[in-house]
Structure formats: structure tokens, C-alpha cells
Design a protein around this ligand. Structure first.
Ligand code: HEC
Ligand code: HEC
Length: 256
């Protein structure tokens, strides 16, 4: 009688080796999530919601100050003073908030640096059918393989394709990423693209081109709401496993 088979599919072996090699440093997930939320609402206007830089602030994933930081030890003192003369406001933060922001940024740096290693294997290990299932369950409410994502596998090479669904950057396609709405104490609401945002004032331009500027008398007044068309993508970031990402990539490359 043949011995009980030990044959493990090659792709599973690769996946195992991959997961092993990719053992991520442990960042407390709840802290990263809090840091992300804080960052998106307080820093994203200038640094981009993914910290990769925006119109008004530099890429923080390549910032030496952030790279050298350990658990907020450099970031905290820096944020307390900012560089107001250069457009970087000061922030009054609790030590927990500093830790959360630091965890979010370090996790993002890790993910960005790690991306190259991901690419080598993702096509090999991904299962397009499983990717399609995941797509139907989590993406089809906004996207269609025969509609907006038709030909996406031709538009990007696999590496950039994965980058783009993990963290789309529609601002690169000339569309504003965020809109905000501001509701004043007397209940009037205006909505538009943010032009300026700091602790003291907020300004926006509505779709008709009108410019509005408001003093912020308290953090809650006027009430500011941020509308991010990519919120679903950020929410998914916290839920994907490596395997989900590889499967999705394998599926999306088939959309020629
Ligand atoms: C109003 C726009 C604005 C906001 C809001 C803002 N920043 Fe900045 N930030 C800047 C600018 C501009 C610089 C570059 C300053 C300079 O040239 O030295 C900067 C620089 C930095 C740097 C230093 C980068 C380096 O390597 O020198 C860090 C770190 C940073 N910001 C973190 C944050 C964090 C965290 C938040 C949110 C809590 C935030 N910023 C909010 C505009 C902003
Ligand atoms: C709630 C809506 C929503 C959900 C759910 C969602 N997305 Fe998106 N997605 C968007 C928006 C909005 C954009 C930006 C569109 C643009 O660039 O014009 C986008 C952009 C993209 C892009 C970049 C398209 C391009 O041409 O560069 C890809 C790829 C993508 N999403 C894939 C996915 C995948 C895969 C999932 C599921 C895992 C998903 N999305 C879930 C709303 C959503």
C-alpha cells in the first residue's frame, strides 16, 4: 500500500514559505486603526490620507524623522511644535494619540517597503477563482469586471494593479480625493473640496467655485465631516489577509 501521500501543492508550499518570510513586525491592530482614523481626519488634507504626500505636505513614508522614530519618541516632540512657519501646524496630542499615529505610520512604511517582496509571488500563489468570489462579496457593490474595471489587467502591470486596488490614488487621475462638509452653529451646511485646514480655520471651494472660510471656535464648531470615496478601501485594508490580496490580484489580472 502506498504510504499516505505527503504531496503538498507547490503553490501552497510557496505560500507557506512566503508567509514565513514575510512575518510582519507586530503592530497593535487597534492602535494602528485609531492612528489611521486620526491621521485621515487631521493630517490627510496635507500629507495625503495614506501619508504618501499631498499637495500641501511631504511624503511621510520617506521622512527620515519618521523612519528614525521609535514608538513616537521623535514624532511626539515634533508634533507638539510643528513647523508653523513652513505650513506644518502644531498639535496638542495625548501620548496615546502619538503612539497610535506612530504605529499607523510605521505599519504603512513596513507595508510599502514590503511590497516589492510581495510581487515576486503574488501571481504564483493567487487563486483567480477565489479572488473572483472575494470580489463578488466585497467589491461588486461599487465595481464591475465588465464595467469600470474592464481591462484593468491591461491598464496596469500586476505590481501596479495590486498597488492600485490596495490603495487607489484617484488624485493621480486628476480627481479630488476628499470632500468635506462644514455645518455652522446656525445649521447652514456647505460642501466642497478642502482648500485649507488647521486648528484655527477651515476653507473649502464648492462645485460652483465659491470659496468659503470658517473660523474653528472649538474642535467641534463648526462641525466638519469628511467624505472619502475610498473609505471602503481603507476599511478593507484592515480585513484582507495576504491570501485575499494574492487571490484578488490573480483575478484582476485576468480582466483584459
Ligand atoms: C496644513 C497642512 C498640514 C497638516 C494638517 C499636517 N501637516 Fe505635517 N507637514 C506639513 C508641511 C508643509 C510639512 C513640511 C514642513 C517643512 O518643510 O519643514 C510637514 C512636515 C511634517 C513632518 C516632518 C517630515 C520631515 O521629514 O521633515 C511630519 C512627521 C509631519 N508633518 C507629520 C504630520 C502629522 C502626523 C500630522 C497630523 C497630526 C500632520 N503632519 C498634519 C503640513 C501639514
Ligand atoms: C464603496 C465603494 C467601493 C468598494 C466596496 C471598493 N471600491 Fe475600489 N474604488 C472605489 C472608488 C471610489 C475608487 C476610485 C475610483 C477612481 O479612481 O476613479 C476605487 C478604485 C479602485 C481601483 C483603481 C481603479 C483604477 O482605474 O485605477 C481598483 C483596482 C479597485 N478600486 C478595486 C477594488 C477591489 C478589488 C475591491 C474589493 C476588494 C474594491 N475596489 C472595493 C470604491 C470602492
Amino acid at each position: 500500500m502506498p504510504s499516505k501521500s505527503l504531496s503538498i501543492p507547490l503553490c501552497a508550499l510557496l505560500t507557506l514559505a512566503h508567509i514565513h518570510a514575510q512575518e510582519a513586525p507586530k503592530y497593535d491592530a487597534a492602535s494602528v486603526q485609531r492612528g489611521k482614523e486620526f491621521f485621515v481626519s487631521h493630517c490627510g488634507f496635507c500629507h495625503g490620507v495614506n501619508a504618501k504626500g499631498g499637495e500641501k505636505g511631504p511624503d511621510l513614508l520617506r521622512s527620515v524623522l519618521v523612519l528614525d522614530d521609535e514608538n513616537g519618541s521623535s514624532l511626539g516632540p515634533f508634533l507638539a511644535h510643528g513647523r508653523p512657519d513652513k505650513g506644518m501646524p502644531a498639535f496638542t496630542l495625548t501620548p496615546e494619540q502619538v503612539t497610535d499615529i506612530a504605529n499607523f505610520l510605521h505599519r504603512a512604511i513596513y507595508a510599502a517597503a514590503d511590497r516589492d517582496t510581495y510581487q515576486v509571488h503574488n501571481i504564483v500563489t493567487g487563486n483567480a477563482q477565489a479572488g473572483e468570489k472575494y470580489f463578488q462579496a466585497h467589491c461588486a457593490s461599487c465595481h464591475s469586471p465588465t464595467g469600470d474595471l474592464k481591462g484593468i489587467g491591461k491598464k496596469y502591470d500586476p505590481e501596479n494593479l495590486q498597488d492600485n486596488f490596495v490603495m487607489p490614488r484617484p488624485e493621480e487621475h486628476g480627481k479630488p480625493l476628499l470632500t468635506i462638509s462644514v455645518t455652522t452653529a446656525d445649521g447652514k451646511t456647505v460642501q466642497g473640496v478642502p482648500e485649507h485646514f488647521d486648528d484655527f480655520s477651515v476653507a473649502l471651494r464648492d462645485s460652483a467655485g465659491n470659496y468659503y472660510s470658517f473660523k474653528r471656535t472649538t474642535p467641534e464648531t463648526p462641525r466638519i465631516e469628511i467624505h472619502n470615496p475610498l473609505q471602503a478601501h481603507y476599511d478593507l485594508l484592515a480585513r484582507y489577509t495576504d491570501t485575499d490580496i494574492h487571490n484578488l490580484t490573480a483575478y484582476l489580472v485576468t480582466l483584459k
